[in-house]
Design a protein. Structure first.
Length: 125
């Protein structure tokens, strides 16, 4: 018959068993942490690439917007000049068209005034 294990042997076996479980849990946790670290590194690289691409797109869009604003300012300046020139031409044409009518009205009123003056002078004398 075999002798029963001593208290020290039982405690040592118990401690050794717990140590093996703890070691297995630690190995699993280390594997999970390593996997997580690798995933975070990969996600960081992807995020950096995305941010850089978005930054490039934003800069390109800003340049296009700036160019469009410059073009619009140039076009607006040209339109203002064309409108101003058209207004001057229209005013000049209006004045030229109004001059004959003004001359006719002035001449008619001068003739009427002269006729009335002649009538008054003749009537008073």
């Amino acid at each position: 018959m075999e002798r029963p294990p001593t208290k020290e042997e039982v405690l040592f076996e118990w401690f050794l068993g717990d140590s093996k479980e703890i070691l297995a849990d630690l190995k699993s946790a280390i594997a999970d942490a390593t996997s997580l670290r690798d995933g975070i590194g990969q996600a960081k690289a992807e995020l950096d690439a995305t941010v850089q691409a978005a930054t490039r797109e934003l800069v390109a869009a800003h340049r296009e917007l700036t160019q469009a604003i410059r073009d619009a300012k140039g076009t607006n300046a040209e339109v203002v000049q064309v409108v101003a020139a058209s207004g001057k031409r229209a005013a000049a044409a209006g004045v030229m068209q109004a001059l004959p009518a003004l001359a006719i009205c002035s001449g008619v009123s001068a003739l009427l005034g002269a006729a009335i003056a002649a009538f008054v002078v003749r009537w008073l004398t």
